[in-house]
Design a protein around this ligand. Sequence first.
Ligand code: NAI
Length: 343
Amino acid sequence: MSATLIPATLIPGDGIGPEITAATIAVLDALGAPFQWETHVAGLAGVTAFGDPLPQATLDSIERTRLALKGPLETPSGGGYRSSNVRLREQFQLYANLRPAKSLVPGGRFENIDLILCRENIEGLYMGYEHYIPIDGDPHAVGMSTGINTRQGCRNILKFAFEYAINKGRKKVTVVHKANIMKALTGIFLETAQEMHEAHYKGKIEFEQVIIDACAMKLVMNPWQFDVLVTTNLFGDILSDEIAGLVGGLGMAPGANIGADAAIFEAVHGSAPDIAGKGIANPTALLMAAAMMLDHVGRTELGDRLRQAIDDVLNKDNIRTGDLGGKASTDQYAKALVARIKG
Ligand code: NAI
């Protein structure tokens, strides 16, 4: 195997970010992962160090490496700075957000879940075209938002979803929309999906469409009826937390933000300020994101070894963090993974 290292940007993040990142790097080192890390800050740590939630040095590093592993970044609700996560996705045109949800620990509310969600990541209602209209002295009398979905943006994420599904041997792609009400904004997404399936993917993969509200209900009633889901930005954000809930919560859910020439891998969960600094956070989501990063650079064998080690530690060694009903600290869990990898 070539010893060439792949430059990659590492953003430890805020809250539990540094703790779960340290655990992840320890496990990746044990695995011999081929990354040469450039460590940079963003989010609250960026504001504290440089007065900027997305410092130029961090952007320059990702500009060079086109590859990053990122801990959660704090974003104030309402006022304050705009989400660094959203800005990173826009800056590097990371149009596809890939979020797998797979049962890792048996005995949860649902068994044997294996779902893939492909979320459009840079358009829709997340473009930030928002403003207030002041009336009669109330500066926030009216709140307005404009969503934008383009034909090309729909094509990009739909092509990603169809080809991902076919390449991974999946059975079905479900397009999720609200074209009955938002006829233009999400109608264009459904229409493009139907056209692309007819033109390029018919006979290669099963295809269906479902309205977002029905989809949310069906996921809770019978999640096994779905396989690969593809949807617009806001619906994808909500559904990805829902499918994370089906497999034991946010501590287990990884995500990848992928564009034509850059990719950022992260945990789906946030900075968990309520448990930050206590050494009890579950690093599995970031570890699973690192496994996706290994797949992305063509080192699937290392990604598979990492996933196997996680499975062994959770289910054979029964070493789990508190969110999964266990007693292990972040550090004890990471050490058990290193032992499995080295053993
Ligand atoms: P959160 O995901 O940080 O926490 C929700 C609940 O899940 C908390 O009780 C937390 O302790 C628990 N939790 C989350 N991750 C965990 C883990 N790895 N192990 C054990 N327990 C875990 O969501 P919240 O509290 O709404 O957001 C906190 C901050 O994170 C906000 O500033 C938000 O903007 C930011 N955020 C950042 C994201 C990112 O960088 N991708 C994604 C979501 C939120």
